[in-house]
Design a protein around this ligand. Structure first.
Ligand SMILES: CC(C)(COP(=O)(O)OP(=O)(O)OC[C@H]1O[C@@H](n2cnc3c(N)ncnc32)[C@H](O)[C@@H]1OP(=O)(O)O)[C@@H](O)C(=O)NCCC(=O)NCCS
Length: 229
């Protein structure tokens, strides 16, 4: 049986997607997804070192206790740089990447980002479509940036992400999701959870996960500190 499905009576329940800070306990699943989605996969040590550093945001998307995607961003002053994003190949196309980008960008903006950049393989149509929706535009290429196979990177930027206009873009993307954007242990609430927001009235769900307003700087040193799934 698919581990993500629980049969209750005659109904099959599929757990909601929840976005939460990356924890050490998530790394095994993160590495499995990384191995299947990257031609130059990061190691356990690199994820651990990266996510523990200050000026970083590392998130996972999970369904129940199963990690189905992850994303990361580093800061260089007020510029955010998306370092990684990947979704379990079996779950791609289900808007999990969209959820991760929404939360990553809102967290980055809340922590002072005014512009965000990233690199993407010139041939990676799916990722480019995702980034276009978030307002990223190509500004140049990095020759031979990728290996296995060798390929140029497109350099994309989204500017003025700290404006009301960009916040409205993110709200529209959130409103287009077919179920509420759920976050846990993050400082920024999705619009659907902000009282009085235009999204809150029609997207509040009874199984909504509350934010407990802790820092998004993740990966506590011990498992004991980590009470989440
Ligand atoms: C790129 C990636 C993270 C997107 O995550 P995802 O959950 O599959 O994407 P979503 O379902 O949120 O789709 C968002 C948009 O991307 C585009 N998209 C997604 N899959 C696509 C595909 N196979 N072909 C073309 N466009 C696609 C669509 O525009 C989609 O919007 P829509 O749902 O309104 O049609 C995922 O495909 C992935 O992990 N790819 C491998 C790793 C990778 O390439 N990472 C990016 C490195 S720069």
């Amino acid at each position: 049986m698919n581990a993500l499905r629980a049969v209750v009576g005659s109904r099959t329940m599929v757990p909601e997607v929840v976005v939460t800070p990356m924890r050490r306990r998530h790394l095994r699943a993160v590495l499995r997804i990384e191995e299947h989605t990257s031609s130059t996969p990061w190691s356990h040590g690199l994820f651990l070192a990266e996510a523990r550093r200050p000026e970083r945001i590392y998130l996972v998307a999970r369904m129940g206790s199963t990690v189905v995607g992850f994303a990361g961003l580093l800061f260089a002053l007020t510029d955010g740089h998306v370092t990684t994003i990947a979704v379990d190949p079996e779950r791609q196309g289900a808007r999990i990447g969209t959820r991760l980008m929404l939360v990553l960008l809102r967290e980055a903006i809340a922590r002072g980002a005014t512009a965000v950049t990233l690199e993407v393989r010139a041939s990676n149509e799916a990722a480019q479509a995702l980034y276009r929706r978030f307002g990223f535009l190509p500004v140049g290429t990095r020759k031979g940036y990728y290996r296995h196979p060798d390929e140029d990177a497109l350099v994309l930027w989204a500017h003025e992400v700290d404006t009301g206009e960009y916040a409205a873009r993110l709200d529209r993307i959130e409103a287009s999701l077919d179920s509420p954007l759920l976050v846990e242990r993050l400082s920024v609430l999705p619009s659907s959870m902000v009282p009085g927001s235009s999204l809150s009235s029609n997207m509040v769900s009874s199984n909504m996960v509350s934010s407990n307003m802790v820092s998004s700087n993740a990966l506590p040193n011990s498992e004991e500190q980590d009470g989440s799934a």
